[in-house]
Design a protein around this ligand. Structure first.
Ligand code: DMJ
Length: 629
């Protein structure tokens, strides 16, 4: 019954029989109640019968309690025996006295460990298998989408395009997958930071916290049709990108990566957010040009606008490449905003440099911003010189090669005379290379950075008459072969930073680490586009595979050799973009319509007298309209 059951349980656990009926002050116990109930009930049995029944009940109860008591004691004893047993097994002396048990225990331990290890291995293999299958599914889905696109004319292929080669499609997908890997690693470990540090799986603000990798990647994501990733990055730009930083920024790096990246994304997407942001950061950079000559200081505080030059550069000189690589971006900004001030600032630099421009068009890497005089220093197409020459040509291309941009072409052609004077061939392999110059002395050294030159020469060749065109194209091809061999000559098949051709001998690597630089694949891209020679695609593919083999780790892509644990933002902006375009139809970012800034951000070509109207066709503007897959 309701009362007896709980008491029964308690009495089983507790041998003290008094505890099954706990008297509560002022109240009778249940048994007293029961007795009272029975004696008062007129219909109950007679008193004798009652006593007999109670007496029998009493002895039954006593027996039951006795049994339970015994059971409880046994249990208690059992418990204490068991616990002392456990402790005994934990005592090493126990096993030392029983070697057979020790052996058995050891055997059991080894067997269990092996089973666990085997299971874990199996699980890991399974994960890898699943990952590979996912990759394959992704690839097949994308191929299918492309084939559908080709069928119903959804891609931007024109009549001029050759039908897409399945090998190109597959290679392009591999490059896209590499971009996805680089991007998701950045997203996972360094979201919003300037650069990912793949080895430590974190981010670093190497450019003052401007989201350099985010901005540098926007147009690559767009061109590759990585819609979701692009939208998420756009959201970050809209809500979190803040240029109001008390930070001394490099005006060169900030221009080519941030201004260039934003403008290019604006040109591709037509989304005004990117133009507004480009204007915001460009306005912060403008005070850098407030010098006696207009040749800019190279470092500027983004909040205060205070500018200066690095003290290590010939006692405060401006660096040639840093001062002459803003023209494309700032001219484009003026065209898109209708405000001429940006263009005026950067064009003044060129007119100033043209005042004392030498006949061979070669300037040393340090220029005095107070009087425009070059400092006695190195002349090079490598570090600190390179993109000055690149921009002379590209501003001419950007201005639609009209008379208004003639000066740029003329200056560039002079510089190409200078470049020819730096060319030498190595022995015994006859590698063509570009020397450097220190004062009047040649230096047999070429940076990998100078490997942008074959692409530049190929791009500029068509502006000459037929003989010169051929000469420069041939030179471009020879230099590309040398640059490709910068890669092929190392154990990883990835180029080092610079090469020596001591006394004209064949190349030997100087600084051997590779930091994922783009220059060689950039040149291969131009040469393939402009000559149609598929060899350049093969070389690009070999380089891509070397990156996959040596630079790819689970958390992104990283330099080989002892460098700095960084996935450089230009790997996503340039290296992967040029590789992707190397396997895309020529109409994708056609060189007739776009000009790439030095960070591989394509800007739409707009003739000088044209105010930039939205020249993007609806098809291009729609996301992923650039290419399927
Ligand atoms: C990039 O930022 C640009 O290509 C620049 O012109 C040179 N250095 C890096 C890539 O190597």
């Amino acid at each position: 019954t309701k009362n007896e059951n709980p008491l029964g349980i308690i009495s089983f656990l507790k041998p003290d029989n008094s505890s099954d009926e706990v008297p509560i002050r002022g109240r009778a116990t249940p048994r007293q109640n029961r007795r009272m109930d029975m004696s008062e009930d007129p219909t109950s049995a007679t008193r004798d019968g009652e006593r007999r029944q109670l007496g029998e009940l009493g002895s039954d109860e006593q027996r039951l309690r006795k049994e339970k008591e015994t059971q409880y004691i046994k249990m208690a004893r059992g418990r204490s025996i068991t616990s002392s047993g456990i402790w005994r097994y934990l005592n090493p002396a126990y096993y030392l006295r029983r070697p057979k048990r020790l052996a058995l225990l050891f055997f059991v331990f080894v067997s269990v460990s092996m089973v666990v290890w085997d299971r874990m291995n199996l699980a890991r293999e399974h994960e890898v298998e699943v990952y590979k299958l996912n990759e394959e599914v992704l690839r097949l889905e994308q191929m299918l989408e492309e084939l559908k696109g080709v069928g119903n004319g959804k891609t931007l292929m024109t009549q001029k395009d050759v039908p897409q080669n399945p090998v190109d499609i597959e290679r392009r997908q591999k490059v896209k997958e590499a971009m996805l890997h680089a991007w998701s690693s950045y997203e996972k470990y360094a979201w919003g930071k300037d650069e990912l540090q793949p080895r430590t799986k974190d981010g670093t603000d190497s450019f003052g916290g401007l989201g350099a990798t985010m901005i540098d990647s926007l147009d690559t994501l767009y061109i590759m049709g990585l819609h979701e990733q692009f939208q998420k990055a756009r959201e970050w730009v809209a809500t979190s990108l803040d240029f109001d930083k008390d930070y001394d920024a490099s005006m060169f790096e900030t221009t080519i990566r941030v201004v260039g990246g934003l403008l290019s994304t604006y040109d591709l997407s037509g989304d005004k957010l990117f133009l507004d942001k480009a204007k915001d950061i460009a306005d912060r950079l403008l005070p850098a040009w407030n010098t006696p000559t207009g040749i800019p200081y190279n470092i500027i505080n983004l909040r205060s606008g205070n500018a200066h030059n690095p003290s290590w550069a010939a006692g405060g000189a401006s660096i040639l490449a840093d001062s002459g690589t803003e023209q494309l971006e700032f001219i484009a900004l003026s065209q898109r905003t209708g405000d001429p001030k940006y263009q005026q600032k950067v064009e003044k630099v060129i007119t100033e440099l043209n005042k004392n421009f030498p006949a061979d068009g070669l300037l040393p890497i340090y220029i005095n911003p107070d009087n425009g005089n070059p400092s006695y220093s190195t002349t090079t197409f490598g570090a600190m010189g390179d993109s000055f020459y690149e921009y002379l040509l590209k501003v001419w291309v950007q201005g639609n090669k009209t008379s208004e941009v003639k000066l740029y072409r003329e200056m560039w052609e002079k510089s190409m005379k200078g470049l020819l004077s730096l060319i030498n061939k190595s022995t015994p392999s006859s590698f063509t290379y570009i020397r450097e110059k220190n004062g009047n002395n040649f230096v047999d050294k070429m940076d990998e950075l100078a490997c942008f030159a074959p692409g530049m020469l190929a791009l500029g060749a068509s502006g000459y008459g037929p003989d010169e065109e051929k000469k420069f194209l041939t030179l471009a091809e020879e230099l590309a072969w040398t640059c490709y061999n910068f890669y092929q000559s190392t154990p990883t098949k990835l180029a080092g930073e610079n090469y020596f051709f001591n006394a004209g001998q064949d190349m030997s690597v100087g600084t051997s680490w590779n930091i994922l630089r783009p220059e060689t694949v950039e040149s291969l891209f131009y040469l393939w586009r402009l000559t149609g020679n598929k060899t350049y695609q093969e070389w690009g593919w070999n380089i891509f595979q070397a990156f996959e083999k040596n630079s790819r780790i689970e958390s992104g892509y990283v330099n080989t050799g002892a460098k700095d644990n960084k996935m450089q933002s230009f790997f996503l902006a340039e290296t992967l973009k040029y590789l992707y375009l190397l396997f895309s139809p020529p109409s994708v970012i056609s060189l007739d319509e776009w000009v790439f800034n030095t960070e591989a951000h394509p800007l739409k070509i707009v003739a000088r007298n044209e105010q930039r109207k939205p020249t993007i066709t609806l098809r291009q503007r729609r996301f992923g309209g650039i290419i399927k897959g």
